[in-house]
Design a protein around this ligand. Sequence first.
Ligand code: ADE
Length: 223
Amino acid sequence: MRIDIISVLPELLESPFSHSIMKRAQTKGMLEVHVHQLRQWAVNEYGQVDDYQYGGGAGMVMMCEPLANAIEHLQNERKYDEIIYMTPDGKRFDQQTANRLSLYENLLIICGHYKGIDERIRQHFVTLEISIGDYVLSGGELAAAVVVDAIGRIIPGVLNDETSALTDSFQDNLLAPPVYTRPANFRGWEVPPILLSGDPKKIEQWRYEQAVARTTERRPDLE
Ligand code: ADE
């Protein structure tokens, strides 16, 4: 999968994809992330990409021309399965959307800043608007990093068995059960004996029950 990201702050997106599973996905050739500085398509030599909003009001709006030129430049190279705009008024991001997006070949993500992007870009280019939660970030970059991470780790072949995504929270609409590692007794706090029983069937049943109990208690909306 290839993901292109248009941003006025590409520096914010350098680190999130340079470590751990995101790094491995790229080294294995399963994920390519390309970040493009929107100011390459600025309307003047000062690098302008935003302007005052029509009708007045505080806050700048990202202009049509640089965004349209950036998107069309990238579209000349490849066809995108989705053109995604990161915005707090978008569809709430969840595991189901991550699963769906992880099966695509090419995604383009637009990061907004200031008051957002001119509505006409949303109408004429954007195919999917994503919010990562009901709060406002200072720009779309951190939200884009969240989405790329959630997608990247479940691209088929990226995770090995030990880190399999199948047992994650939300796959099955269940939260994940509690996990423990050595020692079996830490300060008198014991690991549930069933996990030391060596009986895979019982352990699986216990984990399922724990997942159900945890979901009922914390996230009844998922059931
Ligand atoms: N940009 C600013 N806030 C955001 C949010 N909550 N989700 C996605 N993009 C955003």
